[in-house]
Each structure stands twice: as structure tokens, then as C-alpha cells.
Design a protein around this ligand. Sequence first.
Ligand code: ADP
Ligand code: MG
Length: 647
Amino acid sequence: MERYEFQAETKQLLDLMVHSIYSNKDIFLRELISNSSDALDKLRYQQLTDTSLEPDSGEPAIRIEADKKARTVRVIDNGIGMSKDDVIGYVGTIAKSGTKEFLNVLQKNKDKALSPELIGQFGVGLYSCFMVADKIVIETRKAGENKGLRWESTGDGTYTIEDIEQEPVGTAITLHLKATDAEDGLFDYTDEWKIREIVRKYSDYISYPIRMQVERTEYEQNENGEVKPGAKSKTVVKDETLNSIKAIWTRSPEEVPDEEYNEFYKHISHDWTDPMDRIAFKAEGTFEFRGLLFIPSRAQHDLFYRDSTQGIHLYIRRVFIMSDCKELIPEYLRFMRGVVDSEDLSLNISREILQQNRQIQVIRNKVTAKVLEKLADMKEKDADKYTLFWNEFGKVLKEGLINDIKNRDKLLDLLMVESTADAEKRTTLAEYVSRMKQGQDKIYYMNGRSRDAIENSPHLEAFRDKGYEVILLTDAVDELWVQAALEYDKKQLVSVGKGTVDLGSEEEQKKEKKELEEQKEHFKSLLEFLKNKLSEHVKEVRLSKRLTSSPVCLVGEATDMTPQMEELMRSMGQDIPKTKRILEVNPGHPIFQKMQERFDKDRSDPVLGEYSELLYGQALLAEGNQPPDPGKFSKAVADLMARALNG
Ligand code: ADP
Ligand code: MG
């Protein structure tokens, strides 16, 4: 026998479980059954692909045994079983990728009790048994191996492993119940009715039979099947199936109660919270398949990790084939969970084949369409719920605008954005369009770090003046999709921070243009001077039509990257050359009139050079960025103030 230590984080978790943090301890049984069901799925699939395995391990089933005297509950399955490595890797360690993340969460929540939902995201199923048991014994033999093993732990930070001779393939998990559970007197987890209740409540959808031996008192009957008064009775022991077995997605949606769907969701997603919504569909025609999909209530913790889970499981004619089948759903819908069951695919399909398979393409398109349809419907009928959805998953959905060109219009319709129209509520593009001013033919947006930074930036001045609404985009992904999605409802999406702006009616524009031409002539030499002075920082200096009160702002050309985008790309390790921007000056601001006069008098006046630098620094500050040399900038401002007081 060898003794092992649980991984450090696992110990913390065990401790939480031993001093049970949940009020609902019943779920330990659900977790055991869920694991058994997974193990049966895996074995069935392996038997399909690996002919060297014992083909006959009996009818796949889960058995529950309760022993009142010994105070034990056992859950037995003839699934895939576990090797020594499996046990050490899966049972002694917290779910693979989540470990570090889990530790962070633990640290962050040191003083607070961890919520079950939080913990549930890390897959701690088996440990939940320590809520009711003070000793857990796992006896298991993996398919294809000739020896079994016994794992034992009292949840004290260590566990032991020893070899055993175990005949059948599969796993038996025995819980030695804590004394306290019997003490409240109401029930005991060895009670038949209690087990039956838990199974019905949490595990009815499991597609393998869950059996238990039950004792029944039977009375002698006459030939008509009647029991006579005073008839002799005897106790018989019978095998009973506790669940209804049928795969939940094959049942008609009207006959399945919400609770059962929710439990099924929890089983496949390892989430402990009910889903926000679900989609059940059946496709008939050339390829037949069914789907049962769920929109979770909360964003998964790994949503933005490189290899986050994509939660669609593939079944073929009710046989589990694989989990996280990435081919079944586009990446931007990776938060969805569910199953797809195909009638026509071949059972020995491999990952490689999946990628080119035409049926998989058909399924993927259908799944995508169904999800987008559901979301559109939710948005239409239940705006509050849709807002909740958007808060959790909006950022991910936006990725679709970049990648899923075919569905871009649908996705643009689903988009919720902040805008200058309402500080409290997000808006849709359709609503934006409905509020467009007479003569406005474009949709205006601005990217920035935060709503505040954008709202205060000088770029918006002319738009505000004209009463034009501007969409405020603050997510990193926004930079990408606005460049990809150029139009909505035949209206161009235009950044207010890029290119030139032409607002108002044609007539107004003509007039403005004429005025600007005249001003250009007037300021020509000064603009030239500024350009030379600042050539290190900007590629052009020109008069602005977007400024009404600020003296200067920086803009890009329509195709230029924004500074935030450059920053983002650099932070991802890309070597992006700095794009020089354009300095726009406000011809209506008195400073330029004064500067022009100075310039005309004495072109070599040192104040002009100093002012150039100050103006550039201001333009950067106004959009929430730093001047190239903040210390120098600040000193220059102080000097200027002192001079102003003296003068
Ligand atoms: P999860 O189910 O989220 O992976 P659990 O704590 O419930 O986490 O189980 C941990 C791992 O232990 C499982 O992923 C599985 O590999 C293994 N396991 C648990 N129960 C069984 C079982 N009955 N048969 C085979 N493997 C099992
Ligand atoms: Mg589990």
C-alpha cells in the first residue's frame, strides 16, 4: 500500500467539503451517478474504436447499494474504470486546467464563503462526497488492464492506493457515512426512499439504468390477484430501475419538465446554476439529427483562455462519441453547452474526419442558426433577460462579427452598444438608426478605453453640437469588428476619430468647405510651421471640422490602427510600428489667431516652438493618453502659468 498527499489546492477544497459548505448535501449522489454515466459513455465509445478491449462487459448500468447496518452507500458501474495514473491525476488533483485559476479564486475570496456555483465551475464532483462521508473507498479496474486498485481516503489530506484483484471492469465507490447524517432523525442516506427521491430529482435523464435492490412485502393472492384479509406476507428483494432512462433529447420537449432539463444541463456542463435558456430542435431531411442546447446563466471562467472548453457533445444514434466537439459550433458561440445526436454519421468517425465532413458542416450551420434565432427571439420578447445574456456573453458574441461573415447582419442586429444617447442603457444599431438626424447618413462610433475617456475627448464636439449620436466602443474586440463590419442597414459605420468629417446638409457642407478653404489660406504658414516642429510625432497638421471648443485633437486616417489597437497588438507580442497620426487644429480657437500673428511678426520666436509641443501634449491628454514626456510637459505648463501671472 502506498500513501500519497493530495495536491495543495485539493487539500483546501477537501477542507471546505469536509466542513461542508453547502446546505444541499443530496447532490453527492448526483455527482457519483454523473461520473458513472460519463465512465459508461467512455467505455462504449472505446469499444467501438478499440477492438482489443473486452467487447462484453455486460449491459451498461449503474447500481446503488445501501447498507443500513454498515452505514455505507455504494455506487457501482461497469464503465471505463480508472488506472493508477488516472486516479492520481484525476482524483488527487483538481480538474486539470482550472487548478491555478481555482487557487486564485480561493485566495481572492479568503474571507467569504465560496458559493457553490463558483466551486462547481472547477469540477469538484467527487469531493462533494466528503460532505456526507468520512471515508471514501474507490475500487476500480480500467478496461484493458488486468489489475485493479483500491483508493482510500478519509479526507485528511492523504490517500492510499493498493493493488487488488477485481474481476469486472468498472468502478465501485463506497461511502462510509458520517455519524451526524443519521442524527437529525429525518432521514439517512441509506434510506431507500431518500435514494429514490434524489435519483428522480437529479438523475432521471441519465441514459443508463440506475438500479437498486429494494425490499417489498408481498401478500398471498388468490387466482384473481386479490389479497384476502389475513393473507400471509413475505419479504421479497427485487431489482428496480429508478430512472426513466430515455435520452432526454429524444423526448418531446412538452413532456420534459424544466427541472429535468436543468439537471441534464448541470450534468453535461459541470455548472451548478440553472441555465438561462435552452434550445431543443430536430432536423429532418437529408441528414437527421437532434440538438439540445443551453445558454448558461454565467460566463465560464475559461471563456477567454486559449483552449477553453467548447461545450457541445457529439452523440451518434444515442452513443456518446466525444465531448467538446469544436467542429459543431463556431468559436464565438463557445459558451453554449449541449448535445447533438446524429442519425446518419458513422460511429467510428474520427476528429480528423470531422473537420471535413459535410454533415458536420450542415449540423454546425443549423446549430448556429438556432442559437442566433433564439437570441433574436429573446432580445425581442424579453429585453431584461437579453441584457443579462449580453452582460455575460456579449464580448464573445462580437467575435462572430469578425469571423462569421455569413451571419454578420444577424449578429449586428444582436449587438448592444453604449452610445451618447443614454448613459444608463445600451442601445441596438436599429435603435440608433431610428434616432438618426435628418441628413445624417452614417453611423458614427468612437473607440476608446472607457466611456468617460471617449465622452470627454474633443473628437465628439461637432457631433454633440449637431445633436448626432455617437456609439462608444470600449472593448478590445470592438476595434476589430468595426473594421470588418463596414455597414449596417446600408449605412456606413464611420469612426469619429478617423478621416475627415462631413456633417449636416449638402448646403451646410458647401458653406463650411468654403470657409475652411479661406481659413486654410490664412493659417497656411502656421500649419506648415507646426508640421515641421512636430514631424517626429505627427504626419500632418490640418484644420478641423470636428472641433468646436477644444484647440486640438489627434485623428487617424480611415484605415489606420487606433493607438489602443496598437497597444493591444504589442501586448500580444506583435511588433507593430507606431503609426503617426494627424493633428487637427480648431481654426475658431483664439490661440491660433494669436499664434499666427506672432508668427507673422517673428518666425523664430521661441514661444511658438514651446506652444507646438504644448498643443500636441494637450491633444494626447484630451483623449486620455500621456504626452511623450509628462515631466517636461508639466514644467512647460507651470512656466507658462507663471509668465501669464507676471504679464
Ligand atoms: P469531473 O466529473 O468534473 O471531471 P469529478 O470529481 O466528478 O470531476 O471526477 C474526477 C475524475 O475522476 C473524472 O473526470 C473521471 O476521470 C474520474 N472518475 C470519477 N468517477 C469515475 C468513475 N465512476 N469511473 C471512471 N472514472 C471516474
Ligand atoms: Mg463529475
